[in-house]
Design a protein around this ligand. Structure first.
Ligand code: G3I
Length: 367
């Protein structure tokens, strides 16, 4: 189900009112039941189901193993999961030729028990590669021809291992740089630009049904980098390469301001017009610490514009947050002095961003 223009206007206006604290939010909203049986304070997965959207989170495998609250909340709140790290090459093949899918398999099994979809992340990236691979390329022990064979084998092995269990795979991650050129990586340097098409072809060969994605950050709205992706997607499709989707990660920061929902929707729609589906794949909204009420409300707006953009597009199929609690987040380790990027705080209490997503989803679900 997608929004009519009128519903979209209601949605935009409603979410603004909610951000400003002008409408009642949750517990007293019995009228929600009259909107089709899902109360506005329902878990996100129940609200998202009514608009045909998978709502996901990245999962930290260590936290999943050791923290019962963390694990249980994933099951109730989300209809999709992405392994935050444990499907990455460096973690599944730390020793050459010895594949270890133990941790990833645990997440996949739990997701299947919880009736959740699984996004695969990620097959070709320039980070978190096995040391034997990067060292081998650097020393010349691995030649370009051998590297191509190794990449092919990696993609075939991993996609085959999860065949039939995942609904989307991030095939290539962050292959365009911040100047909108193909990123200068060991892949481009040794294999030339054709590695991107090859990666999609090999993945398709190993699982013809999973949706195969391009994925990157700072491509939520129109800009030189998303324009470069648009040209890349056009080019790949023209060659008959099996690309199915365009993933905008959605790592935002309160201090930078946000695009509008309409700008996000317009960008996603141009990819959809090529025949692709789209997804928001790694949403979080960080801030300079300490957090305060104003920053948390701005953060809610950041989450809101991405969700609204997704709902206003026609084939935006999943919306995944990159972690859902500030208790476990990659942000403070990567951006000194920043944090509080997630929907729930360190004690699993919901923040304005969470309530905003509930409201936007509830509004989108009105008939
Ligand atoms: O596993 C080791 C552990 O043994 C060691 O004790 C510890 C000490 O630092 O490091 C652990 O590895 C860390 C790993 O996360 C698992 O926690 C790495 O140092 C750390 O660099 C790694 O960070 C991940 C990052 O990707 C790597 O670039 C983040 O968790 C993960 O959230 C982040 O995710 C990326 C997406 O894949 C792609 N888009 C951007 C996004 C955010 O950077």
């Amino acid at each position: 189900m997608r929004l009519s223009t009128a519903a979209a206007v209601v949605l935009l206006a409603g979410s603004t009112l909610l951000s400003a604290g002008l409408v009642a939010s949750s517990a007293d909203d019995t009228s929600a039941d009259r909107r089709g049986g899902v109360a506005i304070d329902s878990p996100l997965r129940d609200l998202a189901k009514r608009v045909d959207l998978k709502i996901g989170t990245a999962v930290d495998h260590d936290a999943f193993t050791n923290d019962t609250t963390y694990r249980e909340r994933i099951a109730t709140e989300f209809s999709s999961i992405t392994a935050e790290n444990v499907m990455k090459w460096g973690l599944v093949e730390p020793v050459r030729g010895q594949l270890d899918f133990t941790a990833a398999d645990e997440l996949v099994a739990a997701a299947r028990r919880n009736n959740q979809g699984i996004r695969g992340h990620t097959l070709v990236w320039h980070n978190q590669l096995p040391m034997w691979l990067t060292d081998g390329v650097a020393s010349g022990a691995i030649t370009p021809a051998e590297l191509r064979t190794i990449l092919r084998q990696h993609i075939i092995d991993e996609v085959s291992h999860f065949r039939g269990k995942l609904y989307q795979w991030d095939v290539v991650n962050e292959v365009i740089d911040d100047n909108a050129n193909l990123r200068d990586t060991i892949w481009l340097q040794n294999l030339g630009p054709g590695y991107i098409a090859d990666a999609f072809r090999w993945a398709h060969q190993a699982d013809p049904h999973v949706k195969l994605y391009l994925n990157d950050y700072n491509v939520e709205a129109g800009n030189p980098k998303s324009d470069a992706y648009f040209r890349l997607a056009q080019d790949l499709l023209k060659q008959g390469v099996p690309v199915d989707g365009f993933g905008a990660q959605g790592h935002l920061g309160v201090q930078f301001g946000f695009n509008t929902a309409a700008q996000v929707a317009a960008n996603l729609k141009r990819f959809e017009n090529l025949g692709l589906e789209t997804s928001l794949t790694e949403v979080d909204v960080r801030m300079v610490m300490p957090s305060d009420t104003v920053k948390l409300q701005a953060q809610a707006q950041g989450y809101s514009v991405l969700m609204q953009g997704c709902l206003l597009a026609r084939r935006c199929t999943s919306f995944t947050v990159w972690g859902y609690t500030d208790k476990y987040s990659w942000v403070p380790g990567f951006f000194t002095g920043q944090g509080a990027a997630n929907l729930l705080d360190e004690n699993f209490a919901s923040k304005p961003g969470y309530q905003e997503l509930q409201a936007v989803l509830a509004l989108a679900g009105r008939r």
